[in-house]
Write a protein that binds this ligand. Sequence first.
Ligand SMILES: O=C(O)c1ccc[n+]([C@@H]2O[C@H](COP(=O)([O-])O)[C@@H](O)[C@H]2O)c1
Ligand SMILES: Cc1cc2nc[nH]c2cc1C
Length: 348
Amino acid sequence: MSRDWLLEPCFAIDEESRERARDHQAQLTKPPGSLGTLETLAIRLAGLQHAVLPSMQQVWITVFAGDHGVAAEGVSAFPQVVTGEMVRNFASGGAAISVLARTLGAMLEVVNLGTVNDPGELPHVRRVIIAPQTHNFCEQPAMSDAQLERALLAGAESVATAQAAGARLFIGGEMGIANTTSAAALACALLDESPAMLAGAGTGLDAAGVQHKAAVIERALTRYPVDGDALAWLARVGGFEIAALCGAYISAAQHGLPVLVDGYITTVAALAAVRINPRCREWMFFAHRSRERGHARLLAALEADPLLDLGLRLGEASGAAAAVPLMRLACELHSRMATFAQAGVSGA
Ligand SMILES: O=C(O)c1ccc[n+]([C@@H]2O[C@H](COP(=O)([O-])O)[C@@H](O)[C@H]2O)c1
Ligand SMILES: Cc1cc2nc[nH]c2cc1C
């Protein structure tokens, strides 16, 4: 299986639509710039969607789920069986993201990439079982190159389905017990940062638990050569769902579909995607600053200014879903407000 597709160029941004959207904003009945980020969101989206009046009606959410061998190191507050149990909960409509997606009228897909207690065939769950879990990366690389390529491609497949369904925004979420350990290890490798800076409480570790988690990451990282690109590090310490998100972000940018990045783990996947194909950064919006320690450092590395800061640390695309109404409001204001001329209001 090839990975050459990851380096294909990203879709062109329509600068003319973006500039016409900027001019349009200047004519709306408000002091210029007074709607702040609600203005710049609409202007950026115009360039990305190739439309002076962008739309945020059709939103697609994929939650990628996978289990992690490093869970055996006692790095999560919850047992590993929760990953598979939550896949079932996503499917039956009881999870936070199920409620959020229904409320937003967003399409929700779950991709099971491998869970230790496999919930089997379920409605709205696509099965791309790579293995029951990754290897414990303290002992051996988390996955083989072939497994990495399969996971990256699973992300691209979700983007293709989203686009065929008419989505104007792609949201990726994740579910995987111990995946904050995997994400932190990957971030430490990519940013040359210490585990103490980037390892946090995850699902709810206490201070001693976080210290243990940082020590596990420290020990794991010393197993591997210091060099290596983002793909090498994804295979060494990543997760199936993190790799799938990375593939989705790159594919979305290549196919002209803007993405809204969720929380800590998804931001690490976004960082890996940008390292692999830097122009995909232009297609990313960042939803929120997670409570997880290190997220601010990751956002800074991506020069990202997230829309919300609500103290969320759930994952499963919940923070991104919470930011969708703001993106919708930005589009509605942009396309429905009266201009000074239409309303007979005097300009400055
Ligand atoms: O997205 C976040 O910012 C976030 C922060 C902390 C935890 N999580 C979620 O919690 C799970 C991983 O936590 P842990 O402690 O098992 O590594 C995983 O399913 C994530 O979706 C997510
Ligand atoms: C219950 C539960 C739900 C989640 N959703 C995303 N990560 C999660 C982790 C746990 C533990």
